[in-house]
Design a protein around this ligand. Structure first.
Ligand SMILES: Nc1nc2c(c(=O)[nH]1)N[C@H]1C(S)=C(S)[C@@H](COP(=O)(O)O)O[C@H]1N2
Ligand SMILES: [Mo]
Length: 339
């Protein structure tokens, strides 16, 4: 049984050329911990890491960040300038755009930083400025439209879980741009330029320049091909996330074998899961479902979906890989064996 209705998008078209959709993730990445969100804050060292090359190791005392382009007065800030500004500390989940459903790299942390708009104010945004371009020490670059960049929840973060940002997460300063996938959350920022337009590093390779996080639900437990004892209870768990784009998660539901207990097809029975921890729409919602495992042995297929606060309900059919982020139900197959 495999009722997945995914459409594979293996290539994207850029400027009339068809390019293979290059994975953002190195082959060697071990996904086990990333796929099993078991605590609200991702434990130290388990937060996923993704970048185009080597981790640049920067020294705070040598770091300078220019704010240039379409500004009233270009300025140069150092680490002390930023860390001495009024700060906010808040929880945020980050998620990569480039993963198939069920293999998402997604982690959550407590961050401290300064609203980007307070920093841009120091330079003065000119009316012609339409995008904020971030240039990074690893040569990554990306842009955020002005209206998105000026939201008060967009932060230049310099602390993660109460400590200076670890080098691999962007020391000294990175952007946290809620509502958007990781591509729009640049690390190791060296320069901020206000401009009329800009095509970023991943966008040149076909990834979506808008990169708004899509409503998705991940099953962390069980894993595919797990073996579960008949007749007992079993906790199915996972994470749902919309990064605030649909007002947060209203509820999560689980279905076993699409709810099909008779020969009647296409009858979906959804059971309510419990949301056992959440913080705000800008973080993941961890959920669990206490499943009374039936006595009949054999393969089952478990799916989960979220309903967002704006009423959006996840749909089964989706794109397993998409330049704008995958969508669709996550299905996990498990085997019920006698106890
Ligand atoms: N400078 C820089 N910033 C970057 C990237 C990069 O390659 N270089 N990758 C982006 C992508 S694709 C993701 S998913 C997030 C991952 O952030 P993390 O490594 O802190 O989890 O960083 C983003 N910021
Ligand atoms: Mo990413």
């Amino acid at each position: 049984m495999n009722r997945r209705k995914f459409i594979q998008v293996a290539a994207v078209s850029v400027g009339g050329l068809t390019l293979p959709l290059r994975s953002l993730r190195p082959e060697s990445e071990i996904l086990e911990d990333i796929l099993k969100p078991a605590s609200m804050i991702t434990p130290k060292g388990k937060f996923y890491v993704l970048q185009i090359g080597e981790v640049p190791v920067l020294k705070a005392e040598h770091w300078r960040m220019g704010i240039t382009g379409l500004v009233e007065k270009p300025i140069m800030l150092n680490y002390e300038d930023i860390t001495s500004m009024e700060s906010v500390t808040t929880m945020r989940t980050l998620k990569c755009i480039g993963d198939p459903i069920g293999e998402e790299q997604m982690s959550n942390a407590m961050w401290t930083g300064v609203p980007l708009r307070n920093i841009l104010d120091k330079a003065g945004v000119k009316e012609e400025a339409k995008v904020v371009v971030f240039r990074c020490a690893d040569s990554y670059h990306t842009a955020v439209p002005m209206d998105r960049a000026l939201r008060e929840e967009v932060l230049l973060a310099y602390k993660m879980n109460g400590e200076p940002l670890p080098a691999k997460h962007g020391f000294p300063v990175r952007l946290l741009n809620p509502g958007h996938y990781g591509t729009k959350n640049p690390k190791w920022i060296m320069n901020i330029t206000l401009a009329e337009s800009h095509v970023g590093y991943w966008e040149e390779k076909g990834w979506d320049p808008v990169a708004r996080v899509k409503l998705a639900t991940l099953i962390g437990t069980p894993s595919n091909d797990a073996v579960i004892q008949a007749g007992g209870t079993y906790t199915i768990s996972g994470a749902a996330f919309d990064s605030g784009n649909h007002g947060g998660i209203e509820r999560v539901e689980v279905s076993i074998n699409d709810g099909i207990t008779t020969s009647v097809d296409d009858v979906n029975t959804w059971e309510a899961a419990d949301i056992w921890t959440s913080d705000s729409p800008l973080t993941w919602y961890l959920w669990k479902y206490r499943w009374q495992v039936p006595d009949n042995l054999g393969e089952v297929e478990i799916s989960a979906r979220a309903i967002a606060n704006d009423g959006l309900t996840q749909k089964e059919a989706g794109f397993d890989a998409d330049p704008a982020g995958a969508v669709g139900y996550h299905f996990v197959r498990a085997e019920i064996v006698s106890g």
